[in-house]
Design a protein around this ligand. Structure first.
Ligand code: OAD
Length: 234
């Protein structure tokens, strides 16, 4: 028998209980930093040192945190289902919890690439991406081709190269699970619309859900608690 497929779309809320800040909650990252300065294409052009410092800080923080029960329960779904995790998060906590198929829509904090590689259309290829782990990257740090390294992050104002792959995975899913995202940032926020008509959509988030679709089941809990409920409901 073929296994059912679950597409899991995650945002910063799934990592909140690991101690990583979300972006838009009170006291979140975007309360303390201007995303246009530290995470946009314009910000990089204007002050790349500030952008590098922001992601150096993220990387350093990531070194000290651990996956939580929600990441682990998502990974354990692979014992019974074919699971595709599509995450907006730039952390590596899904992988560290054991998920084997993770698509990072907005890039990865532990990786860098030459600043002249933007996306597939501009010649960007995974071969040009370097894993720096949790180490800092500074102005003057260059790729073997002599070009300044930049964070392997999809900055505001840039295309989302993995969107097509994500759409395909969501459309193939028998069940769609959304965990801990405010669904404010497009195109990721529109992904649920590609769910096949028969697929139920579960959303785990302690806050109101900005979507309406009669298929949506809102589990109004934090990720670790909501994931336990979700597993029971399967
Ligand atoms: P947001 O900060 O916008 O939303 C976080 C969501 O997590 C909110 O809906 C919260 O209610 C929920 N939340 C908070 N604590 C939670 C918990 N313990 N368990 C479950 N949910 C919880 O973060 P994202 O939606 O991920 O992009 O933001 C999307 C994108 O905006 C990010 O990928 C980032 C940002 O700008 C880039 O930097 C490119």
């Amino acid at each position: 028998m073929t296994r059912k497929r679950i597409a899991v779309l995650t945002g910063a809320g799934v990592s909140a209980e690991s101690g990583l800040s979300t972006y838009r909650d009170n006291g979140g990252l975007w309360d303390n930093y201007d995303p246009m300065e530290v995470a946009s294409a314009e910000g990089w052009a204007h002050n790349p040192g500030l952008v590098l410092d922001f992601y150096n800080m993220q990387r350093e923080h990531l070194r000290s945190v651990q996956p939580n029960e929600a990441h682990r329960l998502i990974a354990q779904l692979e014992e019974r289902f074919t699971v595709d995790v599509i995450t907006q998060n730039v952390d590596n906590l899904h992988e560290r919890a054991g998920s084997t198929h993770v698509v990072h829509l907005h890039g990865e904090a532990t990786k860098v690439r030459p600043e002249n590689c933007y996306n597939d259309n501009d010649g960007f290829s995974e071969r040009q991406v370097f894993d720096v782990g949790y180490d800092a990257v500074h102005l003057g740090d260059k790729a073997p081709n002599g070009v300044q390294l930049r964070p392997h992050i999809v900055f505001f104002g840039e295309a989302v190269p993995k969107m097509e792959q994500a759409i395909e995975l969501v459309s193939q899913a028998d069940i769609v699970l959304i965990v801990g995202t405010s669904l404010q940032v497009y195109p990721a926020a529109g992904l649920y619309r590609y769910a096949s008509p028969g697929a139920p959509i579960y959303i785990i988030d302690p806050a109101d859900v900005p979507l309406w679709d009669k298929r949506i089941v809102h589990i109004r809990k934090v990720a670790t608690e909501g994931m336990k409920d979700f597993v029971q409901m399967l």
